[in-house]
Structure formats: structure tokens, C-alpha cells
Design a protein around this ligand. Structure first.
Ligand code: TEU
Ligand code: CA
Length: 530
């Protein structure tokens, strides 16, 4: 576990990272060509979103063969090369383990649909559907012949039946297959909904009807304990669970050493402070709510996986900062906060250069299955066109899935990419920032160096000192040092209302005098010997 607490993780969404063969789609060879860049960040682990064979209904989170590579991304040889080349640079790879569901084009499902006795119960079939609803909106059941199958996501993502020991056997074998190839572990997709205790109707609720029958069930713990004992503990591994709607207590139930089912988990609480009911109904971002939630998780959870972005979330500057008037400052402020918190920091591709939400102008520019499904539902329930389009623009996962911006002409591909490139690449790109001393990119490099250098930043205890409408101040301390972190979430100068001691470690704004007034979106870290 100690090993995993030290690492910094960089998430790659393969489809949008780097296209090496000019088909407009990111691929594994493209990632290999950028390993020196990734190493130059100072990160230790790459979390690689799915590259398995898939019809791409949900961009790879719908797997049709766990032991083969999507030809759009390359070959198994490319994957071997990536693992080796990353290893030669001291970088380990964790892969996305998507075991709540497969693609409906997986041979297991094809046979299950055909009522093959061995495979029928690999999935969840019912004569009559219950009232459960999908994460992607609408019903969670689709009819085939005389029965319905469960899919908590798209209808092309049928849920596996984890009550079937054969499913456990298959998944254990798949995990070994990849661990034996030298990957370092897994990011476990929606891991806390995989066990469906019962298929009874759910209580009436606005979203996710039925969740009380599958969310965070004891059966899920049993599965994770088995995978831990019978697979993971045979290797040196790193596991992080994506756990939707998880509480701090439930998080500890999963990660505390006594159970150690997973090394850490992603919580959603801090990523839901600017929404009502569900993420499509955005409210004004209130920094104080963000701070309170972060403080709660810092104080109550054994070890946090700290993130502000991933392939499912809009870009953090556009959401928690000011991507118009204080782009660089707020990008670096959020980076300072991310690396000031206790836990393992996760950087999503493009976050290190300050990529922002993309100006989508038409529904045809969106590629995300969830976005299109929600848009259709919004239309059906009568939400006016311009309003529902604005909802998509603000919240669509495609904001995070536009091509990585390598140069002012984007530099992702030599041809038109699979999804619109963000025009911001002209001003926000790796090449320009490499040669700009105080760029966001070089600021992230400094933050990672500081974290690697200072034990107190990795292991220091967290204590919140001050949470106002705009200013967040906290300290981290161990036996030898204390670090003070202060962040101004507003476009107005703000007074620091607490006494800060120590030497300035890093700040996102160059100033002659670091007095008690924070400039707009200013962040500082001080360090002091105890
Ligand atoms: O995400 C699960 C999940 O809940 C998020 O997709 C998010 O909550 C969603 O956007 C609904 O609001 C994981 C993967 O990260 C996501 O990309 C997949 O689409 C999903 O599972 C199904 O595999
Ligand atoms: Ca390609």
C-alpha cells in the first residue's frame, strides 16, 4: 500500500491522446510516441482507459473481447511494446477493468441471447422488466424474444450476472491474463454496483430507480475479497475503484487495511456540488461547498484518490475556475489544491496544460452515447431546444474527450479527428507551454516535483484552517514540517484572514510582495520546519 500512496497517476483516454497512423483516431503507437513527454511530467502510473476489442458504443466501456485489442487502437504487440517502453521509463500501467457489463457483441452475450445453457446466466434475464432505470436515462431493460435483459448503462452494455460462479471464473482469468503481461493493476469501472442482490422493483426516485438493490451490496464485498485473495495478492498491484454515490464510510469499508478490497476509490461527492439531483441540472458553482466536501473526505477517509477531471467530467477550469479571464491562474490554483490535498493525485490528459470545455455548436458534434440519450429524453419531456442544447454543452463528457492539444494546430492527427478539436488549441498546447517557463505545464511539473520531494505533502495529516465563500486554507503536517495551502477561488482580491508561517514553496502568481492579500485565483504553498 505504501508504494501506491507515493504515486502520481496520469489518465489517458486512448481515442483522443495521439493518432500515429493518420486515421483520426488515437492509438497505442501514438501513446508510445509520447512516453518521453509523460515521463517528463514526473508521473509514476498511467491509467489507460479501455483499449480492448469493442464496437465503441461507449468508446470502449463496452467490451466485446477482454483479451484482444481494438484494431482501431492497434495490436497486442503494440500493447506489449507500450508496457515495456513505459516500464523502461519507470512508468507502470493500470488498465480499466470493466466487469459490471460487457458489450452486447461479446460472444458470451451472443450465446446468452441464443439461450446457450452455459451462457444464459452470464447475464440477467427476466420475463418481465422491473422499474429500474439506466445511468444513461430511460429503462434499464431491453427485450430479446420472450425475455428482457438488464443494462444499467446503454442497451449495448448488458450487465453481467455476478451471482454466477462462472462469471467470477472468467473475470479472474482475464485479470491474470493482463497481470501476467506486466500491467500493474486496474481502475475498476463502477465496481460498487456489480452485485444485484434482488431484482425487485425499486423505490420511486427521479434517477436510478432500483439502486437500493445493487448499490454497495455485501455481495460486492464478497466478490472483491475473492478477487483480492485469489488474484491480486499473487502480484504487486495497484487498484482504484470507481464507486458511484459512495459515502465516506462505504469508502473506508472498501479500502481500510483490515478489508483492503481496493487500494483506493474515486468518490463523486466533490464533483456533484454544482448540480441538483443529477449532473444535467447544473447550479452555480459555490467554492465553499466544494471546500467543505473536500475537507470532509480528507478528514474521514483512510486514503483519497484526488481528482478534478476524467473522461466523464467537463474540464475543471471551465467548471471550478475562470477559463475566460483567469485561465492560467485558475488552472494553476486548481493544480495547487490537487497537490496540496492528502491522497494520490490523478491528472487527466490535457489538465496539465489547462484544456477547457469545447464550444460544441451542434448535436452532430457530440459523439457520446450518454449525451445523445439524455438529449433525446430531454426533448421527450419537453425541455426547450436551446435549453437542452445548453445542458449538453455544459455537461457532456465530450468536453473531456476532444483531442489532446500538442501544438497550435492541435497536432493530434494528420487528418480530421474522430471528434471536433477544441479551437483553443491555438493558444493552449503542449509545444508552446514547453518553452514558456511559467506555463501551466511547467507549473504541474513543479507541483509533482514538490510532492515527490516533501514527505509532508505525501503523508502529512490534513487540517482545514479556513473555508470562506472564496478562500480555502488548510495545512498538512508531519513530525518535521508543516505546509500551508491557500487558494482564492474568486476573481476578486481576498484577504488572508489567518496567520501563515514559513517559506513560500510555490505560488501561481509572480509578485513582488506576497502579503496578506491574495490576487484573483491566487494560490500559495508555504513550508515550515517544526
Ligand atoms: O462511469 C460510470 C458513471 O457513473 C459515469 O459514467 C457517470 O456517472 C455517467 O456519466 C452518468 O452520469 C463509468 C465510466 O467511467 C464511463 O465512461 C462509462 O460510460 C460507464 O462507467 C459505463 O461503463
Ligand atoms: Ca490512429
Amino acid at each position: 500500500m505504501a508504494l501506491n500512496q507515493d504515486v502520481v497517476v496520469y489518465q489517458i483516454y486512448p481515442r483522443s491522446f495521439k493518432d500515429s497512423n493518420g486515421d483520426g483516431i488515437g492509438d497505442i503507437k501514438g501513446i508510445i510516441s509520447k512516453l518521453d513527454y509523460i515521463r517528463s511530467l514526473g508521473v509514476d502510473v498511467i491509467w489507460l482507459s479501455p483499449v480492448y476489442k469493442s464496437p465503441n458504443d461507449d468508446n470502449g466501456y463496452d467490451i466485446s473481447d477482454y483479451k484482444d485489442i481494438n484494431p482501431e487502437y492497434g495490436t497486442m504487440q503494440d500493447m506489449h511494446k507500450l508496457i515495456i517502453e513505459a516500464g523502461l521509463r519507470g512508468i507502470k500501467i493500470i488498465m480499466d477493468l470493466v466487469i459490471n457489463h460487457t458489450s452486447d457483441e461479446h460472444e458470451w452475450f451472443i450465446k446468452s441471447k441464443a439461450k446457450d445453457p452455459k451462457y444464459r446466466d452470464y447475464y440477467i434475464w427476466k420475463e418481465k422488466p422491473n422499474n429500474w432505470t439506466s445511468f444513461f436515462g430511460g429503462k434499464a431493460w431491453t427485450k430479446v424474444d420472450d425475455a428482457y435483459y438488464l443494462h444499467l448503462f446503454s442497451k449495448k452494455q448488458p450487465d453481467l450476472n455476478w451471482k454466477n460462479p462462472e462469471v467470477m471464473k472468467e473475470i479472474k482469468e482475464i485479470m491474470r491474463f493482463w497481470l501476467d503481461k506486466g500491467i500493474y493493476g486496474f481502475r475498476c469501472d463502477v465496481i460498487n454496483i456489480i452485485y444485484k442482490t434482488s431484482l425487485e422493483n425499486g423505490k420511486k426516485r427521479l434517477v436510478l430507480v432500483g439502486k437500493e438493490h445493487y448499490h454497495q451490496q455485501e455481495g460486492m464485498h464478497e466478490i472483491l475479497k475473492t478477487l483480492r485473495k485469489e488474484v491480486l495478492d499473487d502480484y504487486e498491484t495497484f487498484t482504484v475503484g470507481e464507486t458511484v454515490m459512495v459515502t465516506t464510510k462505504q469508502a473506508n469499508d472498501l479500502i481500510m487495511p483490515v478489508r483492503h478490497e481496493l487500494d483506493m476509490i474515486f468518490s463523486f461527492s466533490h464533483m456533484e456540488v454544482d448540480q441538483v439531483n443529477n449532473k444535467w441540472f447544473k447550479t452555480k458553482f459555490k467554492p465553499k461547498k466544494f471546500m467543505k466536501t473536500l475537507t470532509k473526505w480528507q478528514n474521514e477517509v483512510y486514503w483519497n484518490a484526488n481528482y478534478f477531471e476524467n473522461h466523464d467530467q467537463p474540464r475543471s477550469i471551465s467548471r471550478f475556475g475562470d477559463d475566460q479571464n483567469y485561465h492560467d491562474e485558475s488552472a494553476k490554483m486548481l493544480g495547487t489544491l490537487l497537490f496540496g490535498l492528502k491522497g494520490t493525485p490523478y491528472i487527466y490528459q490535457g489538465q496539465e496544460i489547462g484544456m477547457t470545455n469545447c464550444p460544441f455548436n451542434d448535436m452532430s458534434e457530440f459523439k457520446d452515447v450518454e449525451t445523445h440519450r439524455i438529449y433525446d429524453i430531454a426533448k421527450k419531456i419537453g425541455i426547450p431546444k436551446n435549453m437542452r442544447f445548453k445542458m449538453m454543452q455544459k455537461t457532456s463528457r465530450d468536453n473531456a474527450r476532444t483531442p489532446m492539444q500538442w501544438s497550435s494546430s492541435c497536432g493530434f492527427s494528420t487528418t480530421t479527428p474522430w471528434i471536433k478539436a477544441n479551437p483553443s488549441c491555438e493558444k493552449i498546447n503542449v509545444l508552446d507551454q514547453e518553452t514558456t517557463a511559467d506555463s501551466i505545464l511547467n507549473y504541474y511539473r513543479k507541483l509533482i516535483q514538490l510532492r515527490n520531494k516533501h514527505h509532508v505533502l505525501r503523508y502529512g495529516t490534513f487540517e482545514s484552517l479556513y473555508e470562506s465563500k472564496s478562500v480555502y486554507a488548510f495545512r498538512r503536517f508531519d513530525d518535521d514540517h508543516e505546509v500551508f495551502v491557500i487558494c482564492n477561488f474568486s476573481k476578486k482580491p481576498k484577504k488572508i484572514k489567518i496567520y501563515i508561517k514559513g517559506k513560500l514553496l510555490i505560488s501561481n502568481i509572480r509578485k513582488k510582495d506576497y502579503n496578506h492579500v491574495l490576487a484573483p485565483y491566487e494560490a500559495r504553498m508555504y513550508i515550515k520546519e517544526i
